[in-house]
Design a protein. Structure first.
Length: 275
């Protein structure tokens, strides 16, 4: 389920100044002192849509904003709370000013398990990104782990589970430990907390990522039915106008009739602005 909302920020390259003193064209305005938070980006991992200016390095943490998405089917507006997603707001504002989203078609519709229309990929295949990635913001507080792998009795080396054995374990699940830890105690595995459940209702807008740190980018998704996912994706905001457009595209299904594919009805972005 988590891998279903995959963004292509892992396929991007980091923008770099040609000179420390150079000022790129259309650079994001320098932030003013006050309620600011630093914003950092991650390294490149593949092809990208080249931009003419560096992304912002700081963002305001107060106030609200409206993201306006002009499309071939009408205008969609999203309410954003900057205090919850300051850097995400700043990065998307930057992408909008750079014309990043122009002529981008929403590339993915899911109709089972999770119910989303995913957009913001210039390649329209799930692999495109802006040339940088960044961290998630505004996640729900993690909760104490109540099931799954908890600890390893070091004397025996056997893994003990509380509750049912999980259906799948992560690739980095530990299998051995240094012998000097063999003191008969229980070594904790995978931490004491887990992701809380995030409820999505129609109109919730989230930012896609690969499930790894620093891989949020340009791709976002609209929820059009209720569902729940672990709180691992930035919630950008909520649709204030234009939800009927999303519902119409969702009702028309996928192009090939599958539960996860390109939407039959094309929704093409012409412009994105945040004010």
């Amino acid at each position: 389920m988590l891998t279903a909302l995959t963004a292509a920020t892992t396929t991007a390259v980091t923008l770099a100044m040609a000179s420390c003193n150079a000022k790129p064209p259309n650079a994001f305005p320098a932030p003013q002192p006050g309620s600011l938070v630093p914003c950092t980006t991650t390294a490149p991992r593949g092809p990208e849509r080249t931009l003419d200016a560096l992304p912002p390095t700081a963002a305001a943490t107060t106030g609200t904003a409206i993201m306006t998405i002009d499309t071939n089917l009408g205008t969609i507006e999203i309410d954003i709370d900057r205090s919850k997603v300051p850097c995400t707001t700043a990065f998307l504002t930057h992408l909008g000013k750079m014309g990043f989203y122009e002529a981008d078609g929403c590339h993915r519709l899911t109709t089972e398990g999770i119910f989303v229309l995913q957009c913001g990929d210039p390649n329209e295949d799930g692999t495109g990104g802006p040339g940088f990635g960044y961290e998630t913001e505004g996640l729900l507080p993690q909760i104490p782990r109540t099931a799954g792998p908890t600890c390893m009795p070091l004397a025996s080396g056997a893994i003990v589970y509380r509750g049912a054995l999980p259906s799948g374990l992560p690739n980095d699940f530990p299998t051995d430990f240094p012998t000097d830890w063999l003191d008969g105690t229980c070594f904790p595995l995978m931490g004491a907390t887990d992701y809380a459940d995030q409820h999505y209702d129609p109109g919730t807008v989230g930012m896609a990522n690969t499930g790894q740190s620093g891989t949020t980018g340009s791709q976002f998704f609209f929820a059009y039915r209720d569902f729940v996912l672990p709180s691992r994706y930035t919630i950008l905001g909520h649709v204030r106008t234009g939800l009927d457009i999303i519902l119409k595209v969702a009702a028309d299904g996928t192009l090939d009739g599958s539960i996860d594919g390109k939407p039959r009805t094309r929704l093409v972005i012409s412009k994105v602005t945040i004010r």
